[in-house]
Write a protein that binds this ligand. Structure first.
Ligand code: AMP
Length: 550
């Protein structure tokens, strides 16, 4: 066979040759912007020339501080096809972490959406490697800001050549990078090669995976700064699928409106957004009927959410799992053809698992003794992965790389069970796992069961220290508005009895206003543990159970 390099250059060329008339839709600063793949291609090549003129050479890191929009898509291709590395900056990171990742990656240029200028300006004097800042807006004007000599994206594009000669690239060349959303310690960088991105696209498109088609109209709510929006912009461009970008600060109403107006068939994001859109669709305010599927990832989808979406809205939720280190898609939960006779409820339970390993990857699950655990759906162990789109190290971080990458495997830090059919269920992050009297308790399973209570909007379960059992679970529960003040801790505990093993039933239930979240919308359990640490130390001194707030 030919020694053919898998690079994003060929992905872009296919979009032009075959789909130049298909559309890309973007919620821009001043309204909806639409153009074709043909126009997108021309602007992307202009942008590649701009990068060259700015002195960007092979291997240079180029930062993007931007929302999900068409300009960000142009950067997704222009930077890698010219041999540079697309470094997507998480715009929800605090200034300190943002400074850390820009300096660690040594970004040479940063492209920034105009409304994020104040954030960049506040840290500008701490970024010695950044030579140029380019402001992205739908006009040629740059809003007043304290930055020295910022350039306008649209002005640069207007003056650039439309033909570009691709540099020779190897599939092993770096194309993109992303830092983990560390909740403790500094973020860790992961570099994606062209080869990894292209192979990941192939797998993501498979019918048993995300099942993407040319005819799809895809809305990635998952931010483009987070693991390449799960690879969706690359895969959709390759296929010529219509892309619908939600733009700056999208709220649940914006998402519902975009889905309805642009007949979106597939939307992807974390559960937080699907919990927020649900009431808007259930009340009939918006119409979700164009959706053939919603991809939920990043955090667990609860059975109740999967059931409600299916039964009340007629929209299936596809549960997927991945991480920054895995490009990201690793597991997808679809029932096998041999499972047709499962009851509806059993199918919902199955969909709430993270699912089956996608073709192309290998996994093993090991217990504390390092040996593989039985696939019995009960025994827990750590998920280890290897394959062509799994990272082999953290960027410039040999010490932390040693902890996570051992003997050719990535240690995910996720504690899972595997059932006899091979479906993986995440029990916990290893740091969130609750160990009580020598037994592991899955906080995710408990949360899932609590969220089945009709009064519960969401729930997070954390470990708190216990003098006798080492740790005990504490449930933090957010009630639906209509039920506030009407539900007691005991009601939640009674609901759990018979549904969870006795040892797992939390000792306390705390009703709180909202679950704290990380910069990408996941439960931030470290913050909850800090908040309830006082309660925990009270328990250390007296064994009396804590009183739950009414
Ligand atoms: P990140 O690198 O920020 O994308 O975080 C990756 C982590 O998110 C994984 O290691 C899991 O702990 C968690 N995660 C991702 N997808 C899921 C899912 N479908 N269900 C539960 N946890 C998930």
């Amino acid at each position: 066979m030919m020694a053919y390099d898998l690079t994003l250059q060929a992905v872009l060329e296919r979009a032009l040759r075959l789909y130049s008339k298909k559309e890309i839709i973007s919620r821009d600063f001043s309204g909806i912007f639409r153009y074709t793949y043909g126009d997108f291609y021309k602007r992307t090549l202009r942008l590649a020339n701009v990068l060259q003129d700015l002195g960007i050479t092979k291997g240079d890191r180029v930062g993007t501080l931007a929302w999900n929009n068409h300009r960000h898509l142009e950067l997704y291709f222009a930077i890698p096809i010219s041999g540079a590395v697309l470094h997507t900056l998480n715009l929800r990171l605090g200034p300190e972490q943002l400074v850390y990742i820009i300096n660690h990656a040594e970004d040479k240029v940063i492209f920034v959406d105009k409304d994020l200028l104040p954030l960049l300006q506040s840290i500008r004097d701490q970024l010695p490697t950044v030579e140029q800042i380019i402001v992205m807006s739908d006009t040629l004007e740059i809003p007043p800001c304290g930055l020295a000599n910022p350039l306008s994206y649209e002005a640069l594009l207007a003056g650039a050549r439309e033909t570009f000669s691709y540099p020779d690239l190897s599939e092993w060349d770096p194309a993109a990078m992303c830092y983990t959303t560390a909740t403790t310690g500094s973020p860790k960088g992961v570099v994606y090669t062209h080869r990894a991105l292209v192979l990941h696209c192939l797998a993501a498109c498979l019918p048993d995976c995300l099942n993407l088609h040319e005819a799809d109209r895809v809305l990635p709510f998952v931010p483009m700064f987070h693991v390449n929006a799960w690879g969706i912009p690359f895969a959709c461009t390759w296929l010529g699928a219509t892309q619908v970008f939600p733009g700056a600060r999208p709220q649940a109403e914006d998402i519902c409106r975009l889905i309805e107006d642009h007949k979106v068939t597939l939307a992807a994001g974390v559960p937080t957004i699907w919990m927020a859109t649900y009431p808007l669709w259930e009340s009939g305010k918006y119409d979700p009927s164009s959706l053939r599927e919603i991809v939920n990832g990043g955090s667990a989808a609860s059975v109740s959410m999967i059931r409600n979406y299916r039964e009340k809205l007629g929209v299936p939720i596809l549960h997927a799992y991945g991480m920054t280190e895995t490009t990201p898609v690793v597991l997808v939960s679809r029932p096998k053809s041999t499972m047709e006779n499962l009851s509806l409820e059993e199918k919902y339970q199955l969909s709430a698992k993270q699912g089956l390993l996608v073709p192309g990857l290998e996994m093993k699950v090991v217990g504390e003794d390092g040996r593989e655990i039985p696939w019995d759906g009960k025994t827990m162990g750590e998920l280890l992965l290897r394959g062509p789109w799994i990272a082999k190290e953290y960027y410039k971080d040999p010490v932390r790389s040693q902890d996570s990458f051992t003997e050719g495997w990535l240690r995910t830090g996720d504690i899972v069970t595997v059932d006899s059919e091979g479906y993986v269920g995440i029990a916990d992050r290893s740091k969130d796992l609750i160990k009580s009297g020598g037994e592991w308790i899955s906080s995710l399973d408990l949360e899932n069961t609590i969220m089945d209570h009709p009064a519960v909007l969401e729930a997070a379960v954390i470990a708190i220290p216990h003098p006798k059992w080492d740790e005990r679970p504490l449930a933090c529960v957010v009630l639906k508005q209509d039920y506030e003040g009407l539900v007691e801790a005991q009601d939640i505990l009674d609901f759990l009895r018979g549904k969870a093993p006795k040892l797992w039933i939390p000792d306390q239930v705390e009703f709180i206003e909202a679950i704290p979240r990380t910069s990408v919308g996941k439960f931030y359990k470290a913050a909850l543990r800090a908040r309830f640490a006082e309660a925990a130390s009270a328990l250390q001194t007296s064994e009396a159970p804590l009183r739950a707030k009414a």
